[in-house]
Design a protein around this ligand. Structure first.
Ligand code: PGA
Length: 250
């Protein structure tokens, strides 16, 4: 089963409007003509419209890093799917470990957000992954399974083209420590088997599972060559256009 890879930048809380424009100006020529993989950039809310505008005419998808599950309401500081769509933003990251760790994101809120994204026609990257103490306690499998099982509650097999999963071991994010291709491959197989319980085996085979956690130009090729790895979610190394372009061209 061949699944087209997706290489996604997660800019986190970096880049002003000017930075985002400059990034796109430098980055787009570097990847021009490169159509093998899908490319996406997940930008802060404040630069979404600017980045969408700067990416116009290219195949680069621009998305948000979070959203609320309600359409509107008294939720100070939050942004809805409707609001994202109104500025032409059709993609979102859901359940990033930093949101789980610092902003009370739970399996339950992740499930609601994914439901809303799918109902709203917003493409989602759903993040799962174990913390270091969980890996050391032998809980990698149970943590990933409970995160993915909860997220996919109520998701139908036909939805499989509209979201991807990113396996991001928390201990590998921003630390320079990368899961070995074998570790990632093993976790991806576990996630796929668990997803099959919700969406069926055939859809689970089509589900793309990205790897995230210290992906850099130096390790992109070995990671992206693994059959079980369907792309990358890249934080630190996506901030620089040269470095992100090298990863896109792994
Ligand atoms: P990193 O972040 O590439 O800086 O480790 C990945 C992520 O948090 O998505």
């Amino acid at each position: 089963m061949s699944r087209r890879k997706l290489i996604a930048a997660n800019w986190k809380m970096y880049k002003t409007s000017e930075d985002a424009q400059k990034f796109m100006r430098d980055f787009l020529p570097l990847i021009s003509g490169h159509t093998r993989d899908e490319v996406a950039v997940f930008a802060p809310y404040t630069v979404l419209a600017t980045t969408i505008e700067a990416a116009r005419g290219s195949d680069v998808r621009v998305g948000a890093q979070n959203m609320h599950w309600e359409k509107e309401g008294a939720f100070t500081g939050e942004v809805s799917a409707t609001m994202l769509k109104s500025i032409g933003c059709n993609s979102v990251i859901i359940g990033h470990s930093e949101r789980r760790q610092y902003f009370c994101e739970t399996n339950d809120t992740v499930q609601k957000k994914l439901r809303t994204a799918l109902d709203s026609g917003i493409f989602a990257i759903v993040c799962v992954g174990e913390r270091l103490e969980e890996r050391e306690a032998g809980q990698t499998e149970s943590v990933c399974c409970s995160q993915i099982g909860a997220a996919l509650r109520g998701v139908a097999r036909i939805d499989v083209a509209n979201f991807v999963v990113a396996y991001e071991p928390v201990w590998a994010i921003g630390t320079g420590k990368t899961a070995t291709p074998e570790m990632a491959g093993e976790a991806h197989a576990i996630i796929r088997a668990e997803a099959a319980k919700s969406i069926g085996n055939e859809a689970a085979q089509q589900l793309r599972i990205l790897y995230g956690g210290s992906v850099k130009p130096e390790n992109a090729t070995i990671l992206m060559s693994q059959e079980e790895i369907d792309g990358a979610l890249v934080g630190g190394a996506s901030l620089d256009p040269q470095s992100f372009a090298k990863i896109v061209k792994w």
